[in-house]
Design a protein around this ligand. Structure first.
Ligand SMILES: Nc1ncnc2c1ncn2[C@@H]1O[C@H](COP(=O)(O)OP(=O)(O)OP(=O)(O)O)[C@@H](O)[C@H]1O
Length: 227
């Protein structure tokens, strides 16, 4: 899909219940949210408010009990489990707290692995060029243990963008970083969000980095409010 045809992420009246029997918890309670292509939205809120559940449902890892989730107009609940997994692989990028890189692979190999897994596609980004875009070309041959926390995050962000995702979901990207590195990593996310026309949702506890985001929303008890 051309980036011009993207419409981003839409959650409409989404409710997610977890657990069973007497222990059912309403993790998301009638949540509606739109994130446009090129927009970086931060999600803040206390522990247990439903932030991880929001990422899981937005990224088609779970389907809602009520309401709809669509990515570029595709309703994820209407897909078979197999199609949903393929859709996730091709259209959603994930960035985790500490990069989640594979220890045995160099920075460049982490990105090349994605191109191998996406061999059915001709439109993926060049790993070497993308690594240069995130300022890591000079460390392409390093393995994760030879990189700093900030550098690992840069590689993790680049890896998430190889497949030109429509949606980028980011979980506490600065949890392991000092203040200066945190700003750099979120600035990079903001820049790539714009340049790649990706709809980005970032869960964070880090008040310092909110200035780089287009919008901040707060979750409390499974509900959203403007932060
Ligand atoms: N598998 C599960 N079964 C039952 N309840 C669950 C399950 N996973 C999470 N919950 C509950 O759902 C609610 C939302 O949890 P969630 O992990 O989405 O919150 P969070 O905002 O991401 O928290 P944190 O900031 O601590 O990561 C919480 O009350 C939590 O205890």
């Amino acid at each position: 899909m051309s980036t011009r045809d993207r419409t981003g992420l839409t959650l409409s009246g989404v409710t997610v219940r977890l657990g069973d029997g007497d222990a059912v918890v309403t993790a998301l309670d009638d949540v509606s949210l739109t994130v446009a292509p090129g927009e970086l939205v931060a999600v803040v809120g206390p522990s247990g408010a439903g932030k991880s559940s929001l990422l899981a449902v937005a990224g088609a890892l779970t389907i809602p009990d009520e309401g709809t989730v669509s990515i570029d107009g595709h309703d994820i609940a209407a897909m078979s489990a197999r199609d949903r997994a393929a859709y996730r692989r091709d259209h959603v990028g994930f960035v985790f707290q500490t990069g989640n890189l594979l220890p045995a692979l160099t920075a460049l190999e982490q990105l090349r692995l994605v191109t191998k897994l996406s061999h059915h596609r001709t439109d993926v980004r060049s790993p070497a060029r993308l690594l240069a875009d995130v300022g890591m070309a000079h460390k392409a041959d390093r393995r994760p243990h030879q990189l700093s926390g900030g550098e690992r995050q840069r590689v993790g962000i680049a890896r998430a963008l190889v497949g030109r995702p429509s949606l980028l979901l980011v979980d506490e990207p600065t949890a392991a970083l000092d203040r200066a590195r945190s700003h750099e990593v979120v600035q990079l996310l903001a820049r790539e969000t714009k340049q790649s026309a990706v709809a980005t949702v970032m869960v964070t506890h880090d008040q310092d980095v909110l200035e780089h985001c287009d919008r901040v929303i707060e979750m409390i008890d499974g509900r959203l409010s403007a932060g």
